[in-house]
Design a protein around this ligand. Structure first.
Ligand code: URA
Length: 444
């Protein structure tokens, strides 16, 4: 392919032909199309967009870049979940083992940290020994034995997404709805799930500029996956503040283990897990409808079976049980910094995008594709949006390890993200809209 011609074509608003997309994705995956040309093309796509047919062709070319898993030994209707990504968005680590504890196979192929958001794979790798790059045989074995496995894109499984995802991450080209849909669905279709629950994030902490764009993406996810015989339901959910009490890889795993162990935790986090997990139990035919699914999810979570299941899976993927029971000791940071209120007032907002980029400065994400990630880097919020605070109260604690020049700016960004004022903030509902094969409806 003459990639420079394709870049020029897209720059001027042209439509890429199906064969051009196929050759481009193949060439990039094989290493024949260099990153600098792909980056330029991504930037042209960022500004000019992709139409529905171009987006679908990216999806099929990405699936075709590797193998589809057959998972012959895994009987039963497989159900997975995925999020478009947000700050503190850790629901997969809670929802997957709880749903697996009900006996539904959850074949979960996830991603790494992307832009200002975290990624399930980086979170899991903060557990010493946890391997996410499994061969297909290993993935199938863990899934068959434990009803859930956590895997990554590899040289065999959607290698095009592995490379493209890493490049979009560091070139500020994540926010392209058809490429988000192609990235997510290529992983889900190649892993062979039968149904999918999607969490599409709306607000500054995610990647979509508006609810309209989130709704457009949701319709794409539903219709493109239906064409591949995957039944997808989408929840549009709020991302105007970080989700839960912690953000950052190790700290989020600690929070999830605590939720799984005790069945309690941050209210919005638990509500979202209940909604997503309930929908999975309904799709997996364990519950007659979504609200019965949610009740069943909460029952399993409170029983501690989700915790035992997570430990089983983690041990099967290389972790040690003692590390899981005492995970706090595995991610002790070298530095901790308290962020305090400078006046009396009400915490009006925690700007998630600022927090996310602050976390990247602390080492929780990547500035360039080869950057290592610091498992201890993160922040614990001691106050949530709407809380009253007194001058001097600790609002949050930032943490990291090693010496890095950007750590100060990270602490500063997180400090600036915490907005104090006199007026209580307007209430924001967690659930915005729902979309399935019958269309899209708004929550009240
Ligand atoms: N999650 C993915 O897997 N891919 C994207 O492009 C964005 C979020």
């Amino acid at each position: 392919v003459q990639v420079s011609e394709l870049i020029a074509k897209k720059q001027s608003g042209g439509i890429l032909a199906p064969e051009e997309i196929d050759r481009l994705v193949q060439g990039f995956t094989a290493g024949d199309v260099p990153d600098y040309q792909m980056s330029a093309l991504l930037m042209a796509i960022y500004f000019q967009g992709l139409d529905n047919d171009e987006g679908r062709r990216f999806l099929s070319a990405m699936i075709a870049s590797g193998d589809r898993m057959s998972l012959k030994s895994v009987t039963g209707f497989k159900v997975d979940k995925h999020s478009t990504g947000g700050v503190g968005d850790k629901t997969s680590l809670i929802v997957a083992p709880v749903v697996a504890a009900a006996g539904i196979p959850v074949p979960m192929i996830s991603g790494r940290a992307l832009g200002h958001t975290g990624g399930t794979l980086d979170k899991l790798e903060s557990i010493p020994g946890f391997r996410v790059r499994l061969s297909e045989a290993e993935f199938e074995d863990v899934l068959q034995r434990h009803s859930c496995a956590f895997g990554a894109q590899t040289d065999d499984l959607v290698p095009a997404d592995r490379k493209l995802y890493a490049l979009r991450d560091v070139t500020a080209t994540v926010s392209i709805p058809p490429l988000i849909a192609a990235s997510i669905l290529s992983k889900k279709i190649a892993e062979g799930t039968n149904a999918l629950v999607m969490d599409v994030k709306v607000g500054e902490g995610g990647f979509l500029r508006s609810q309209e764009e989130a709704e457009r993406l949701s319709k794409m996810l539903v219709s493109w996956s239906a064409a591949e015989k995957v039944e997808t339901v989408v929840f549009g959910t709020d991302m105007s503040a970080p989700l839960g009490r912690c953000a950052g890889n190790g700290p989020e795993v600690a929070e999830c283990l605590d939720v799984l162990k005790t069945g309690t935790g941050d209210k919005r986090l638990l509500e979202l897990c209940g909604v997503l997990g309930g929908a999975m139990l309904w799709l997996g035919k364990i519950a007659k409808d979504m609200s019965a699914g949610r009740a069943e999810f909460e029952k399993i979570l409170r029983s501690g079976d989700g915790y035992s299941k997570f430990c089983e899976i983690a041990i099967a993927q290389g972790a040690r049980g003692t590390d899981l029971d005492d995970f706090g000791k595995c991610v002790v940071p070298e530095h901790r910094r308290e962020i305090r209120a400078t006046a009396d007032g009400i915490l009006r907002a925690i700007q998630p995008r600022e927090v996310g980029w602050g976390l990247v400065d602390l080492g929780a994400g990547r500035r360039t594709a080869d950057d290592p990630v610091d498992a201890t880097a993160g922040v614990e919020f001691r106050k949530q949006v709407g809380d009253s605070v007194r001058k001097g109260d600790v609002l949050a604690v930032a943490q990291w390890s090693g010496s890095r020049d950007s750590a100060e700016s990270g602490v500063q960004r997180i400090t600036q993200a915490m907005e104090l004022g006199d007026e209580p903030p307007a209430a924001v509902s967690l659930l915005k809209f729902y979309c399935d094969g019958d269309g899209l409806k708004q929550f009240e």
